[in-house]
Design a protein. Structure first.
Lengths: 162, 780
């Protein structure tokens, strides 16, 4: 076992300090060291997008980074969006539009799409498509996800959430 | 009574899933939990000469390393899931089931040779490299058409050949039909393998608590109760000492019902030995090698027709690729045989089936389960016949549909349940007409296509019909309880992998009990909550489990009315159940809440009359006599880029008839997902094995699952022909979307190319294959 390296990260506005092996994937770190298991792992090679989180506000694949690379950075995971009683606008729209079935890929979709809507919710269909293309879903056929994103974008525009 | 069945309600389960709070197997964390990693064979076919694990055992953090030898008498091939059909004469079936760890011979790449149990997954995977394996490679059986050659290597040395099964099914007399025919269409049709591609890989956490003498297994299975019963049987435990939980499962699509995977057996065996919790989570590469696959078949087919396009008979001799073992029996190829007959009146039919062993991953049902092959065969032949006879593709189908007054219609051959393949109900023409109308078929053919063609654009239209046998037995059950809060709790044995059971089942219950759908709390897939049933497969939840819900909640309703009648001193027929209370109709102040009633039904003092049961609770079961057959028509408009042969789907229309619809929002979602899977099957997803049985594209980077960019908007319409086989009138829809897509896409692409002699007889296609097919012909 190689030496442990200390990592300090701010995750969902809380500071965590852990000592980890340099080879530990950020996805494993988030799931198993920090017990934030809403971030899912589907391929561990950056294709499926299930493990997408936000690093300093940008959507990134947590399986393509080592935890030590996140030292000193801000991380946001699905747990930072709404709660079960008070869903985030985007989560609410996924619920309304039936934008999820098994729900395994869903946190990745939410975290990929949200930065796009937060930057500018006045999105074209093409922008929505591009925001989703890096995430695989086997259940929904994507149509209800596209509907959900459209719905959320409209609500965010109306609510001035940008 | 508020009509809840049929409403597009949003789902009860979603808030948990959306906030990352739903429990998936890899989310299970237990104190002292160990982690397993499997050493898998790189060879597809090889003799195991020796295995040395000593270096792995010395690695810090490794707790144990086990091989087949270590398992002693507990090592045994898995039980067959499905027995060979007893109702067919002269059937050959050689049962050879998968093994927990390879003992003598590797039969497919990825088969497990040893397991390492360590303190972390990282250490377990490191230790795999420490194991020294001596494997003597053997020639691999890969090409299914050469598997029965006299000089082919043997996958199972004790058999004379690689024949896994052989049977012939007939209806009428094909030979005499052939003699009367005006036209015979004869072709060779090929369908190749793909993966199920659930986004969650498989996973297991197994924990034997030695002090409690209790085994708990969290498993990504579609079939928790049979897993519990099987594990108890294998390891000599009482079924009540074993609890199997299928929590939220990240997509099933068939392979998660395979039983028993080697990992399920090995993890359980290991925790019984170590008495510590052990977790194994499959990675995506393992998923490509070790999780079952489907679709490999080669058909030699003939269709005999009259000059006006009526089918006189069909002959379909085909080879089905079983992979290295055949635990799932003949389910897939029997489905194929039934679906070749489709919605059509085919009086004479003959089908000879050879199932072969190969040195490839096992095949078991994947969304569609043999049905897409059958549909592809019959629809392709109809398209070719239509072209030869100068009949419109929609017209030739119209002429051959079974009329709507023949149901129940006995197709004479047997289906996957080994019973006669009877279609319970159907009305095919309205579904097709609706699809033609929705896509604007006539206008496209007469106006739009000629106009676009004149601009040099290759646009084409397709329309195909299909049936889907669904909702097979044996049975499912449900227990419905009014809690003292007035909420309703429900338990059922089926597991859930995204189908919306927490909601559609709750709608059925709430409709009877006058409560809000959101006040019905559903438990699925936990054997400690409900331990009778089989599982979620064959598009059966909305039929078999939902009708059990219906039966159990009707009984509870009756109990509510009986007790309320007594307490309110009013006849039952004057009572109504609404908004969580029982009221005397027209006298609103005379009411009692369901919660209060539940408490009165379960008193703490006093006497309960003999012969009565406490509480407002009922358990009921439903088992259909045979499966309910759904059907529909899909239509599509495509544009082919003649330079790249890439295909763009411009319109996609589905008309689905699955009887009574429980929740149309959920149903549309099922259809969309199925179509997306079908588009993958038709045009993007193919597993490529080399001559050594090596899978060449075992990653999502190389094996292309459709993304949002490849899946168009799918316009869904419905017709409703209720099944007479169950009180709700429902039929399944889980697989329907995927089934006709390869056939449809082939027809639409041919129509877009629009040149005589250009035929697609293979699925999946791809831009490259299409390019070679089209321009290859040009060069000759």
């Amino acid at each position: 076992m190689s030496e442990l390296i200390e990592v300090t990260v701010n995750v969902n506005s809380e500071e965590y300090r852990r000592s980890v092996e340099p080879r530990m994937l950020l996805s494993d770190f988030i799931r198993h060291e920090l017990s934030l298991s809403g971030t899912h792992v589907g391929c561990e090679q950056g294709v499926c997008g299930a493990c997408t989180i936000q690093l300093d506000g940008a959507a990134v694949r947590s399986c393509l980074m080592f935890a030590v690379q996140a030292d000193g950075h801000q991380i946001r995971t699905v747990e930072d969006l709404g709660t079960m009683d008070e869903l985030h606008t985007l989560q609410e729209a996924f619920w309304e539009a039936h934008g999820l079935q098994c729900g395994f890929c869903t946190p990745g979709f939410l975290m990929s799409i949200l930065p796009v809507l937060e930057e500018n919710p006045e999105v074209s269909e093409e922008t929505i498509q591009r925001a989703m293309e890096g995430n695989l879903c086997r259940c929904t056929g994507y149509q209800h996800i596209r509907d959900a994103v459209k719905q959320a974008a409209e609500k965010m525009v109306a609510g001035g959430e940008a | 009574m508020a009509r809840l069945i049929g409403k597009p309600l949003k789902r009860n389960e979603d808030p948990r899933l959306l906030t990352g709070q739903a429990l998936f197997v890899d989310d299970v964390e237990l104190p002292g939990m160990l982690h397993a990693a499997f050493l898998r064979s790189d060879y597809a076919h090889a003799r195991l000469k020796g295995i040395d694990v000593s270096a792995a055992l010395e690695r810090e953090g490794v707790v144990a390393v086990y091989t087949a030898e270590d398992m002693g008498d507990d090592w045994a091939p898995g039980p067959p899931l499905v027995i060979p059909p007893p109702t067919i004469e002269e059937v050959t079936f050689n049962t050879r089931t998968q093994v927990p760890l390879v003992k003598e011979k590797v039969r497919h790449a990825g088969e497990p040779l040893a397991v390492v149990i360590a303190e972390s997954r990282y250490i377990a995977e490191d230790a795999l490299d420490d194991i020294v394996v001596d494997l003597e490679p053997l020639p691999a059986v890969v090409d299914i058409e050469r598997a029965l050659d006299a000089d082919a290597a043997l996958v199972h040395d004790d058999l004379e050949s690689n024949l896994a099964a052989h049977l012939v099914q007939t209806k009428g007399g094909y030979q005499s039909a052939r003699e009367q025919a005006d036209l015979i269409i004869k072709r060779r049709i090929v369908m190749d393998r793909g993966i199920a591609g659930a986004m969650e890989n498989r996973g297991i956490v197994a924990y034997w608590d030695n002090k409690q003498q209790y085994l708990t297994v969290w498993d990504t299975t579609q079939s928790p109760i049979p897993i519990r019963n099987g594990l108890a049987g294998m390891f000599g435990l009482s079924e009540h000492q074993v609890r199997v939980i299928a929590p939220f499962v990240g997509g099933g699509f068939g392979p998660k019902i395979m039983m028993f995977y080697p990992e399920e057996v090995v993890l359980t065996w290991a925790t019984l030995k170590l008495a510590l919790p052990i977790k194994w989570i499959e990675d995506r590469r393992e998923n490509f090698y070790a999780t079952t696959q489907e679709r490999g078949q080669v058909h030699e087919v003939e269709m005999a027709l009259t000059e006006d396009g009526r089918i006189l008979g069909l002959k379909d001799d085909f080879i089905h690729d079983s992979g290295a073992y055949d635990p799932y029996g003949l389910t897939i190829p029997l489905n194929t045989q039934c679906h070749v007959l489709g919605p059509y009146d085919i009086p004479n039919f003959s089908s000879e089936l050879h199932v072969v062993f190969t040195n490839k991953t096992l095949t078991t049902p994947v969304r569609g389960a043999g049905r897409p092959h059958g549909v592809f065969v019959v629809e392709r032949l109809l398209d070719i016949a239509a072209r030869e006879l100068g009949i419109d593709p929609s017209e030739i189908r119209r002429r051959n549909y079974l009329p709507n007054d023949v149901f129940p219609y006995d197709n004479v051959i047997i289906d996957q349940a080994f019973a006669n393949f009877i279609i319970d109900s159907g009305d095919y023409l309205p579904a097709m007409e609706k699809a033609l109308d929705m896509i604007g078929y006539k206008d496209f053919i007469e106006n739009e296509q000629p106009r676009l063609r004149a601009e040099g654009r290759r646009v084409g239209i397709g329309v195909v019909s299909f049936i889907e046998t669904t909702g097979v037995g044996p049975y499912e059950g449900a227990r419905v309880t009014i809690e003292s809060s007035g909420d309703v709790s429900v338990a059922t044995g089926v597991g859930t992998q995204g189908q919306g059971h927490f909601t559609s089942f709750a709608q059925v219950v709430a409709e009877h009990l006058g409560v809000k759908v959101s006040d019905v709390h559903m438990v699925t897939g936990d054997t400690a909550q409900f331990h009778w049933g089989t599982g979620t497969f064959a598009s059966r939840g909305a039929v078999v489990a939902a009708n059990a819900m219906n039966a159990a909640s009707s009984i509870v309703r009756k109990k509510i009315l009986e007790l309320a009648s007594e307490l309110l001193d009013a006849p039952e027929d004057e009572l109504e159940i609404e908004d969580g209370e029982v009221r005397v109709a027209d006298v609103p102040r005379m009411s009692i809440s369901l919660g209060e009633l539940a408490q009165k039904a379960n008193p703490l003092r006093g006497a309960v009359e003999p012969g009565t049961e406490p509480g407002l609770e009922a358990t009921a079961y439903f088992g259909p006599n045979y499966g309910a057959t759904a059907f529909g028509t899909h239509a599509m408009i495509v544009e082919v880029d003649p330079e790249t042969m890439n295909v763009e789907i411009r319109r996609y229309v589905v008309v689905e008839d699955c009887g009574t619809v429980l929740n149309p929002l959920i149903l549309d979602g099922q259809v969309h997902g199925g179509v997306a899977h079908g588009i993958g099957n038709a045009f993007y997803e193919q597993l490529f094995f080399d001559d050594n049985g090596q899978l060449l594209n075992a990653s999502f980077a190389d094996y292309l699952i459709p993304t949002s960019a490849e899946v168009p908007t799918i316009e869904v319409g419905h017709t409703v022909t209720p099944s007479p086989l169950n009180p709700l009138g429902s039929k399944g829809a889980g697989e329907a979307g995927a089934i006709p897509v390869p056939a449809l896409m082939a027809q639409a692409i041919e129509n877009a190319i629009g040149e005589a002699g250009f035929e697609i007889l293979e699925s999946p296609m791809s831009p490259l294959k299409l390019f070679n097919l089209y321009y290859g012909d040009k060069e000759q």
